[in-house]
Design a protein around this ligand. Structure first.
Ligand SMILES: Cc1cc2nc3c(=O)[nH]c(=O)nc-3n(C[C@H](O)[C@H](O)[C@H](O)COP(=O)(O)OP(=O)(O)OC[C@H]3O[C@@H](n4cnc5c(N)ncnc54)[C@H](O)[C@@H]3O)c2cc1C
Length: 407
């Protein structure tokens, strides 16, 4: 199938290419080629400021909030060009601010919340993290125990969150808390926005086996946020959280395949470098990867055509998330099999964006593939595990009987 884009989308592509030509040094090999992690992070931060200055962040958002009101197809073309140039699409906190909260505020936020928060997300003034999971509430999110009570013009929050990615780099957190203790399960939860820099909040980083820190525990002891910082009606935060999870799972359905394709090209080079591209079993697995990425691409286009800005993605988001995360486990396993014993000795830095596909322009180092291999497993857990996605598809798409709930 030959897919061509409308003329106005292609002229946007020309604009993006012109920006890249002006902003990147000649012969730029891609951020993966920056060997030292801290230097790569500094580049990513500088590059984000370039994207903001050139009007290339939040392009699908309405102009009154700092966006450009462009289509999702424009976003696909933007990602195609940024991936081709080997530059990041933003920073890690952008996953939470731009991708998740921004889209959720467009659907559920008050005019005042949108006017205040959306431009600050784009400019990078506010950097967000996500406070959903708790020690006893992961897949069963509605079992959460964090409480909030209204005290005059403020919510007072007590409880604990865990696995809070990038909380140590953020200055705001969106969280789910029980605001009506008389109601159980999904009912009585509120979706709150809360500043992190205050005495009632302690952030404790969790150091991983790799020595790196990606997530944290966040403790609330009498933390405060303004009463107006509730998204959706108080006690009715569940549908707001579901909109957000839809964006977390499915927002990148059309753009992920572009990054996975870039990674697959590197995998093909790796197989050729190691002389493994003549091995029939490796060839079969490479062809399998290619077919999967192509299917992912068409699945992404289908989701694009079903979407308007601010619309809920529904179960399609679960299908997309299940598909890409399980693909990535298989693709990175193949990379390690191609490398053989070398794959077990990490050399070179791991991917910058820990939980996704590897950095463009990275050499085929064992470190980068081992990092991607380990992180691919995380992809099948965060934003709801594969088992949870299968339950959603079984119940909401196939109409199978609801699974038995305990407790
Ligand atoms: C890299 C990474 C980043 C993360 N970042 C964040 C973040 O920023 N903010 C945040 O709030 N959370 C974050 N999380 C947490 C993530 O959302 C939870 O880990 C996830 O929801 C699973 O919850 P759990 O770890 O408590 O596992 P559990 O819910 O205890 O699940 C344990 C196992 O039981 C299975 N299981 C559970 N219930 C069912 C069921 N009904 N049917 C079948 N199987 C079931 C699960 O699939 C899993 O295999 C992150 C996790 C990872 C890995």
């Amino acid at each position: 199938m030959d897919i061509s884009y409308p003329a106005e989308v292609e002229s946007f592509r020309a604009e993006v290419r012109a920006v890249l030509a002006e902003e990147l040094p000649p012969g730029w090999p891609g951020i993966g080629a920056i060997a030292v992690r801290e230097e790569a992070e500094r580049f990513a931060a500088r590059w984000r400021r370039v994207l903001y200055r050139r009007g290339l962040l939040g392009i699908t958002w309405p102009p009154e909030y700092g966006g450009r009101g462009l289509s999702r197809l424009h976003q696909v073309v933007l990602v195609e060009e940024l991936a081709r140039a080997g530059v990041p699409l933003g920073e890690h906190t952008d996953l939470f601010g731009l991708k998740m909260l921004g889209s959720t505020l467009l659907r559920w936020g008050t005019a005042e919340q949108r006017r205040w928060f959306l431009p600050r997300i784009l400019s990078g003034t506010d950097r967000w993290c996500q406070g959903f999971s708790e020690p006893d509430a992961g897949s069963d999110l509605a079992a959460l125990a964090t409480r909030a009570v209204l005290d005059g013009s403020q919510w007072v929050i007590d409880g604990q969150k865990i696995w809070t990615s990038v909380a140590h780099r953020a200055n705001w957190i969106f969280l789910l808390a029980r605001t009506d203790p008389r109601r159980r399960g999904h009912a009585g939860l509120s979706f709150l926005l809360c500043p992190l820099d205050q005495p009632g909040i302690e952030i404790r980083p969790i150091r991983q086996l790799t020595g790196e820190i990606d997530f944290n525990e966040v403790f609330f002891a009498g933390a405060r946020t303004a009463a107006i910082n509730v998204v959706g009606p108080p006690g009715e935060g569940w549908p707001v959280a579901m909109t957000l999870l839809g964006h977390e799972r499915g927002e990148e359905a059309a753009t992920n395949p572009i990054l996975f394709r870039a990674e697959l090209d590197r995998l093909l080079t790796l197989a050729a470098e190691r002389g493994r591209d003549r091995d029939p079993l490796i060839r079969q697995r490479l062809a399998w990867c290619y077919a999967r990425v192509e299917i992912m691409r068409y699945l992404g286009y289908r989701i694009l055509t079903q979407l308007g800005s601010g619309t809920d993605l529904g179960p399609a988001a679960s299908a997309a998330k299940l598909y890409w995360s399980e693909y990535h486990v298989a693709a990175t396993e193949l990379a390690l099999d191609i490398q053989g014993l070398d794959g077990l000795v990490p050399q070179g830095r791991g991917p910058l964006r820990a939980v996704r596909t590897d950095d463009p322009g990275a050499p085929n180092s064992s470190g980068s593939w081992l990092g991607a291999f380990c992180n691919a497993r995380a992809g099948t857990i965060y934003a709801g595990t594969s088992e949870v996605q299968r339950n959603i598809l079984a119940e909401r798409v196939l109409g199978l009987p609801r699974e038995q709930r305990h407790g």
